[in-house]
Structure formats: structure tokens, C-alpha cells
Design a protein around this ligand. Structure first.
Ligand code: C2E
Ligand code: MG
Ligand code: MG
Length: 433
């Protein structure tokens, strides 16, 4: 019965349970003798592919061969475990700790050669993470978990890599998991923690007096756990988790409602700009979603501008243009955001259905000082004029930039020179009432 409880039927190695028991005992020994030991955690790369492509028989055979080879390494015979489908553990006892490097090298060497199965040669790479005890933990559960975290760093780095557990990296992993939970909770709580800030867009067309003509809606997150957060700190994670879809719809609704309010109370021509993430744009129902929000909020669609970036366009211009045309059919406007960065191509501004091109701040920084920046803004503005598209320049901070722009036939400016993104009430106090 004991054998059954402790042994992995396929490879004959000890199993995870036995690994935990032995580890716990070895930690106790390390504590008593004030010495150090280690646990190595090995995971095979792409084992699923081997199984799928070559069949389970070859897969099983490979697992057995690897088990045998690991168990023959001097110093760790009898302390090798199969702890998961394609995962092995190796316990380096305190008495062998001085050989840790040698043992690791021998394992790496095993995987740099091919394995012979039914007279054929197969290559299989792995990643390995390890923890030291009692330094990295004193209970088996924690140690295994941390060895697994170290393993994930190793996987990120490539094939046949070894990584030690590291408190700092662990803190990053823990923070990311906490952030993920906070983000999921915030979405589940009807997106109440997300606020919209509004940065005025200033009309400077034809050299007239600069006048606010609307605003760009910019998300902020007032998180209970993490405090006030800017989009750069959580949008990439929200995109990765797909949460940008409900969050983005929430921002769209909010912004449309506010714009409708401004339009109804004295500013019928104010427009609102809403940023759409690539993840939102590739949803097959994105046009329907926007149409629905336009309808339910009652905003005049001509006053809603959707800001998109080019990252998706490079892959599939046709699909992108179809979506953008869909927006225009509802009556909305389309702006190309951050133009000049990332995947910008001058050909795109000719083929995309656009109403506005927003020139990125990085070109504006040099305007008035730097010949390249000046030429860039002038050129884009000329091209835009030919295809009947307006230009908005973002990130204008200084009077001298504004003066240089006066000569360049720019229709709109956004930047700290006029105002920062403001909380809704403040924006309305300054620009609506
Ligand atoms: P963006 O759409 O290009 O927005 C302009 C960014 O430049 C804003 O940063 C704004 O605060 C900042 N900015 C404006 N004028 C100036 C200036 O004069 N100087 C400087 N230094 N900065 C200026 P923010 O609000 O942190 O937003 C960053 C980015 O996050 C946005 O870039 C946009 O890509 C994204 N984002 C913001 N809100 C949303 C949203 O609701 N949905 C999605 N998908 N993305 C959003
Ligand atoms: Mg934008
Ligand atoms: Mg921008």
C-alpha cells in the first residue's frame, strides 16, 4: 500500500506526495544542522506536441527514458520525482548541496542530446527552476510553488534554461496577480472604479482665437487596492485579459452621455473623442456595439470621434477599413491616433477612411527647434489637406511650439499648454457652464 501511495506507475519514480514528504524532512534536517539544500523543478517543453504528433506510446516511452536518466545522476539517485504529467522534481539534499552546480549541469547535458526511442532519435528540451531551503521557504508547499515560479522565469528565457527563485521577481509576479484580481473585481463591480477625464481639444483653424471644441476622453482607475492609476499602468493587462472590452464600452457610454449633455446645454458642436483598443476593434460586433451605445445615449453620432491606432492595420488593412467604414456609416468620425509612431505608413493615411490624423507628441516636442519635426508636421498636414482630413497635434506644452504650429495649417491642438486631462466636473466648470 505504501508503495502504491508513493510511486508513479508509469516511470517508477516517486510521486509528488513523496516529494513533499521527503522535502519536508530534508528542510527539518537543514534547520537542525544549519545547512542548505535545494529543490529542482523541471518541465519538458512542448511535450503535448510530442504526444499529439508521435502518439502516446512514444510520449510515455520518453517520460520513462528521462526518468531513468535523471535517477542515474550521482548524488541525487533515489530523490528524483515525477511531480506532474511532464514535470520532474529533484531534491538536492543538504549533504549534496556543494554539488548543486554539477548536478544542474548534468541535467542540462542530458537534454542537449537526443533520446533513442524504438530505434529513432528524438530531441526534447526543458526548463528548470529551483529553490533553496530554508532560505526560500520552510514548508514543502511553499517551496514547490516557488520552484514553479522560478520555472516560469526560466521558460520565458528560452530552452534548457535554469533559473533560481528570486524574491524580487516573486514580488512582481504577486503584484501582477493582485492587479489582475483587482481589475477583474473592478469590472465585476460595474466598472464603478473607472473614471473618465477630459482633455480639451482646442480649435486653432484659420489663425482664429483658440477655442475649445470638445474633449478627448481618457480613462483613469481609482482602485481601492492600488490607488490612482494611469492607463499605461493597466490598459496592457486589461487588453491581455480581454477586460478592455467591458471597460471600453463603459468609457464609451460615459463619454457619449457627457457629450450629449454638453450638446444639449449650450455647446451643440462640442465633440468627444474616445480611444478604442485594438482588442476592441477586432471584435466582430464592434460596429454594432458602437451603434447601440450611440442609440441608447442619444448622442449625435457626428459628435463622436473614435480614435484608433495602426497596430492592427498592418496585419489586415482590409478588415480594419471595413470596421472604420462601419463607424462612418453610423455617422461617427474616425481619428488615427499617435501618428508617426509604431507602424505608421504614409500609405495608410491614403487608404484608410479617416476624418482626423493626430500627430504624436514625440514630433511636437521638437517643433520650433528641430528641422525634422517641423518638416514632419508640415508634410503630414499638407498630405492631410489633399485628402481632406483634419490634423490634430497632441502634447503641445510650450508657447513657442504653438507659434511654430501657427504656420503649418493645423486645425486642432491638444496639450498641457491649454489644459491637462481634467475630472469631468472640473472640465464642465471650465468649458461647459
Ligand atoms: P493617447 O490617446 O495618445 O492620449 C494622449 C495622452 O497624452 C494622454 O495620456 C494625455 O494625458 C497625454 N497628454 C496630453 N497632452 C499632453 C502634454 O502636453 N504633455 C504630456 N506630457 N502629455 C500630454 P494618458 O491619459 O495617460 O493616456 C495614455 C494613453 O492611454 C492614451 O494615449 C491612450 O492610448 C490610452 N487610453 C487612455 N484612455 C483610454 C481608453 O479609454 N481606452 C483605451 N483603449 N485606451 C485609452
Ligand atoms: Mg487618443
Ligand atoms: Mg495620441
Amino acid at each position: 500500500i505504501e508503495r502504491r501511495a508513493n510511486i508513479d506507475y508509469l516511470t517508477g519514480l516517486y510521486n509528488r506526495k513523496k516529494c513533499e514528504d521527503d522535502l519536508q524532512q530534508e528542510v527539518r534536517r537543514a534547520n537542525v544542522t544549519s545547512s542548505v539544500g535545494a529543490l529542482l523543478y523541471i518541465d519538458l517543453d512542448d511535450f503535448k506536441n510530442i504526444n499529439d504528433a508521435l502518439g502516446h506510446r512514444v510520449g510515455d516511452h520518453l517520460l520513462i527514458e528521462i526518468a531513468k536518466a535523471l535517477d542515474q545522476i550521482t548524488g541525487v539517485d533515489n530523490v528524483v520525482y515525477r511531480i506532474g504529467g511532464d514535470e520532474y522534481g529533484v531534491l538536492v539534499p543538504t549533504t549534496q548541496y556543494h554539488n548543486l552546480e554539477k548536478i544542474c549541469n548534468r541535467i542540462v547535458n542530458l537534454f542537449s542530446k537526443s533520446w533513442e526511442i524504438s530505434e529513432k532519435e528524438y530531441y526534447c528540451t526543458m526548463a528548470m527552476g529551483y529553490v533553496e531551503f530554508p532560505t526560500n521557504g520552510t514548508d514543502a508547499q511553499t517551496l514547490l510553488q516557488r520552484a514553479d515560479i522560478a520555472l516560469s522565469y526560466a521558460k520565458e528565457k528560452g530552452k534548457n534554461r535554469i533559473e533560481a527563485f528570486n524574491e524580487e521577481k516573486n514580488a512582481d509576479t504577486v503584484r501582477r496577480l493582485d492587479l489582475e484580481k483587482a481589475l477583474r473585481d473592478a469590472v465585476a463591480d460595474d466598472c464603478k472604479e473607472f473614471m473618465v477625464y477630459y482633455q480639451p481639444v482646442v480649435n486653432v483653424a484659420d489663425g482664429g482665437e483658440p477655442k475649445c471644441c470638445g474633449a478627448e476622453a481618457l480613462i483613469r482607475w481609482k482602485s481601492k487596492g492600488f490607488g490612482f492609476m494611469n492607463p499605461a499602468e493597466f490598459i496592457p493587462l486589461a487588453e491581455y485579459l480581454g477586460l478592455i472590452i467591458p471597460i471600453g464600452e463603459h468609457i464609451l457610454k460615459e463619454a457619449c452621455l457627457r457629450c450629449k449633455y454638453w450638446n444639449d446645454f449650450g455647446h451643440p458642436n462640442y465633440k468627444v473623442n474616445v480611444n478604442l483598443s485594438v482588442v476592441q476593434l477586432v471584435q466582430s460586433d464592434i460596429v454594432d456595439t458602437v451603434a447601440r451605445v450611440v442609440k441608447t445615449t442619444g448622442i449625435n453620432p457626428a459628435n463622436l470621434t473614435l480614435e484608433v491606432t495602426e497596430s492592427l492595420a498592418v496585419n489586415d488593412m482590409e478588415a480594419m477599413n471595413k470596421v472604420l467604414n462601419g463607424f462612418r456609416e453610423i455617422g461617427c468620425k474616425v481619428a488615427l491616433d499617435d501618428f508617426g509612431t509604431g507602424y505608421s505608413s504614409l500609405n495608410h493615411i491614403r487608404s484608410m477612411p479617416l476624418d482626423v490624423i493626430k500627430i504624436d507628441k514625440c514630433f511636437v516636442d521638437g517643433v520650433g527647434d528641430n528641422a525634422f519635426s517641423d518638416a514632419f508636421v508640415k508634410t503630414v498636414s499638407k498630405l492631410a489637406d489633399v485628402i481632406d482630413v483634419n490634423v490634430c497635434v497632441e502634447g503641445v506644452e510650450q508657447e513657442k511650439q504653438k507659434e511654430a504650429l501657427n504656420e503649418m495649417n493645423i486645425q486642432m491642438i491638444q496639450g498641457f499648454l491649454y489644459d491637462k486631462p481634467l475630472p469631468q466636473e472640473e472640465f464642465e466648470r471650465k468649458y461647459v457652464e
